[in-house]
Design a protein around this ligand. Structure first.
Ligand code: NAP
Length: 283
């Protein structure tokens, strides 16, 4: 039986450190960390995540300012909101839900955000920091949550082979860079990777972020592997499930995150931690 890498204990440990830092900021500098959440429209996943983020932030002493805009908001209006948040000294972090509605230039919106308030790693500056390993910017929260889980459970990537399935800018690529910074030997896999099962089988650490149920089969797994399943999919039974078929992998591998209750449970804790860090180091 694999060790279950549950997200909740990792999130709780991170939250208690974040809450202590937030309390110290309030006490010593009179700063109350605040996160603005910019949402266009009412996509159920976004609304759900916003509520989860609000709850988490409240628990650790981070204020949340929801900036809820109609789906038909123009690019000009959205950019004006972002410039206002950049200029507002009481706001330390800004989360903008993606994807943005059609007709809005995502690149223009990302580059409008002050990199110092970019707590979810969407600006070019934050990406450069993650890719250079300089530590000067924030990584996307979900990618960092994968590393936080490994750290919490004492799984050191140094010297290990890691396979990351998925190469998006929000999860796959930054997760690969964060693993590389921890001295793993990283293979990045994607939809054109031939014989994915055999590539994944060679890895000691597998990060699955493809958004596809059963992206690898039973042959991809062997004993001793650590599997971090980022996928959040809706199964045939209507329940949330990961990219890895849990019942295939769990009897074989050494450790695995559940879905739900794995990476997803840590993401909002990372978001709150980034906001407090941004408040402690204003630009
Ligand atoms: P994305 O932008 O759609 O990227 C998916 C990546 O997976 C692409 O690079 C794609 O390859 C690759 N891929 C797709 N099918 C594949 C296959 N059969 N074999 C190998 N690679 C394949 O998705 P994303 O935004 O990175 O999200 C990935 C998953 O994470 C989704 O399930 C999403 O719901 C979940 N998610 C979870 C959290 C959380 O907190 N747990 C947060 C956000 C997202 P190509 O580049 O070749 O197309």
């Amino acid at each position: 039986m694999a060790t279950l890498l549950k997200g909740a204990p990792c999130a709780a440990a991170l939250d208690s450190r974040t809450a202590a830092l937030a309390a110290r900021l309030a006490e010593e500098k009179g700063i109350k960390p605040q996160l603005a959440i910019v949402r266009l429209g009412q996509r159920p996943d976004d609304v759900w995540y916003e509520r989860a983020a609000q709850k988490r932030c409240a628990a650790v002493g981070v204020l949340v300012r929801p900036v809820t805009l109609p789906e038909e908001t123009s690019q000009q209006e959205l950019l004006a909101q972002i410039h206002a948040l950049n200029a507002d000294e009481s706001v330390h972090g800004v989360l903008i839900f993606m994807p943005l509605p059609r007709g809005i230039d995502t690149a223009a919106v990302c580059s409008a955000l002050d990199p110092a308030k970019d707590v979810d790693g969407i600006t070019a500056g934050s990406r450069a920091a993650v890719f250079s390993g300089s530590g000067a910017g924030f990584a996307p929260c979900t990618a960092e949550a994968c590393l936080r889980i490994l750290e919490h459970y004492g799984i050191d990537p140094a010297g290990k082979r890691a396979a990351v399935i998925g190469r998006s800018l929000v999860i796959g690529k930054p997760a690969a860079m964060l693993l590389l910074a921890k001295n793993a030997t990283v293979t990045m896999c994607h939809s054109r990777t031939p014989d994915l099962d055999s590539v994944v089988r060679q890895a000691d650490i597998v990060v699955a972020a493809a958004g596809k149920i059963g992206v690898v089969g039973k042959d991809a797994f062997r004993s001793g592997q650590t599997v971090i399943d980022v996928g959040m999919n809706c199964g045939d039974d209507g329940k949330m499930c990961g990219d890895v078929v849990f019942s295939d992998a769990e009897p074989i591998v050494g450790a695995i995150t559940p879905v739900p209750g794995g990476v997803g449970a840590v993401t909002t804790s990372v978001l709150a931690a980034h906001t407090v860090a941004a408040a402690g180091n204003p630009a």
